[in-house]
Design a binder for this molecule. Structure first.
Ligand SMILES: Cc1cc2nc3c(=O)[nH]c(=O)nc-3n(C[C@H](O)[C@H](O)[C@H](O)COP(=O)(O)OP(=O)(O)OC[C@H]3O[C@@H](n4cnc5c(N)ncnc54)[C@H](O)[C@@H]3O)c2cc1C
Length: 457
């Protein structure tokens, strides 16, 4: 990048918010995926006007700009694949307004999920998506990737809570979408267009979020099944019983085995384990819901059912679910974790299909995930230094994507597309849809300066 451009960028944000030091550029080459590419410079923006000036300069000189929150993307979405500038939003981290009476908050994009949670706690309200990376990821990143989490089946994902946005368009224009109202039937839903667009259409500089009353009581239980099909039927029965659990997690037999072998958690053998939680206003209400779920576990021949009688016991039941990723990671030096999603009734088909695919390639794996909304995480372990294992894992992942799409599913329930899944977009989206996405990108970003190379566009 030309030194004159660097000077101009430094003038926009101030010297203290500009860097081209090698150590910083190497850091900004990465996110939480296996992808990397070094930028020419990195900037911390402090307000929307600066973002606007940066994007105008980028348009004038044709250099790429990659927005970035905490860099926890698992797909390479925050990697500056085209070089240019990383635009770090983490210093725009103020909670601008909390309006409990209107059930909303207004935040800057760099606010960390957990900080918003902490701030909202005394009010009895919360922002439910709850990604597992919540201690570090930003609300801007959550909005840009449409992040979700364990409570998706009952509470939905980030998109369901974003009421409005302030966006800086690639040409530098600043735009407001949506309203501070609980509903609106006014024109095209531009907010939804930008949520999940992975920083390819605009830079989010302010977010208005709907918040929910925090449940006051929870009940937790867990069931082990000796037959995967029975576990699948239990999930399906629960999800159309009229009870909506706040958590419905499944662990396959490989996950159960890894926990038995590689952690200190004591578990019986089994083909599938389900962890579930109900929430509500009173213990009576959550216990009533859990009774109904336990009846469905029994109806589907659960071999062992544990109901937590205290918060300590509930924590004990959660341990297996929380430990499964790290226990599995001990099996090899590297791993890839996907987040494919299928209609709920196809959960058993995906579990058995993925197991058959990965077993055929001879790699260790576990499958776990959010059965309540059909979002599963097949995690395959491999050794990056062995080209044969790398090839096998790539083949297995492609076959998993093909299977998912053939079951009417989607490549990503929460992590997004980024670089990792870009080559597979056409498996899920028909040519007309891909063409429309490319046209939208061209319309808003004709010079392709904003996060180029992502989403397969
Ligand atoms: C251990 C771990 C657990 C995870 N668990 C979950 C999970 O449970 N659920 C889930 O959904 N994800 C999960 N993730 C993935 C990741 O945390 C989410 O995608 C998160 O939303 C990314 O936020 P971030 O601030 O790190 O964004 P980044 O990784 O920095 O960026 C992600 C994308 O958003 C864009 N972006 C960021 N900020 C802006 C902005 N202000 N304007 C425009 N574009 C922007 C970037 O360009 C990039 O395309 C996990 C990741 C890790 C490492």
């Amino acid at each position: 990048m030309d030194e004159e451009i660097k000077k101009a960028l430094s003038r926009i944000v101030g010297e203290e918010n500009f860097t081209d030091r090698l150590i910083d550029l190497v850091t900004y080459s990465y996110d939480a995926s296996d992808h990397s590419h070094r930028p020419d410079a990195a900037l911390w923006a402090l307000h929307a006007d600066q973002v606007s000036q940066i994007l105008r300069l980028a348009n004038e000189h044709g250099f790429p700009v990659t927005p970035r929150g905490a860099g926890t993307s698992l797909t390479g979405a925050a990697v500056p694949a085209g070089g240019g500038v990383v635009l770090d939003l983490c210093r725009m981290n103020r909670i601008l307004d909390i309006r409990i009476a209107d059930r909303l908050v207004v935040v800057q994009p760099g606010v960390v999920y957990a900080d918003l949670e902490k701030t909202l706690a005394p009010s009895g309200f919360f922002f439910p998506p709850d990604p597992a990376s919540g201690k570090v990821c930003t609300i801007g990143g959550n909005a840009a990737t449409n992040a979700g989490g364990l409570r998706g089946a009952k509470y939905g994902v980030t998109r369901d809570y974003v009421l409005g946005l302030q966006i800086v368009l690639p040409d530098g224009r600043i735009l407001r979408t949506g309203t501070g109202c609980m509903k609106s039937a006014s024109g095209y839903d531009l907010t939804r267009l930008f949520v999940g667009s992975e920083g390819t259409l605009g830079v989010i500089t302010e977010i208005t979020l709907k918040i929910s009353p925090r449940p006051l009581a929870t009940t937790t239980a867990c069931a082990m099944f000796q037959d995967l099909r029975n576990a699948g039927r239990a999930v399906s029965d629960i999800m159309h019983s009229g009870i909506i659990p706040s958590v419905l997690e499944v662990l396959d037999s490989h996950a159960v085995r890894v926990l038995r072998d590689k952690s200190d958690i004591v578990l019986p053998e089994g083909e599938a384990m389900i962890l579930t939680e109900t929430d509500g206003c009173t213990e009576g209400e959550t216990a009533y819901q859990m009774d109904a779920i336990i009846r469905l576990f029994r109806k589907n021949n659960a071999a062992e059912i544990q109901l937590a009688r205290s918060s300590e016991e509930a924590e004990g039941l959660w341990r297996a679910r929380k430990a499964v990723g790290s226990a599995a990671a001990k099996l090899r030096t590297n791993n890839v974790s996907e987040d494919v999603t299928i209609p709920i009734s196809r959960v058993p088909d995906l579990l058995t299909g993925v197991a058959a695919i990965v077993a055929r390639h001879g790699l260790p794996f576990v499958i776990f995930g959010h059965a309540g909304d059909g979002n599963l995480h097949p995690k395959i372990m491999f050794d990056h230094s062995d080209p044969d294992q790398v090839r096998k894992v790539q083949q297995a992942v492609e076959e998993i994507f093909r299977l998912t799409c053939s079951l009417g599913g989607t490549l990503s329930g929460e992590h997004g597309i980024g670089l990792a899944k870009a080559p597979f977009m056409a498996l899920e989206h028909d040519p007309v849809a891909m063409d429309l996405m490319r046209s939208l990108k061209r319309l808003l970003d004709p010079k392709n300066i904003l996060n180029p190379g992502k989403l397969g566009l």
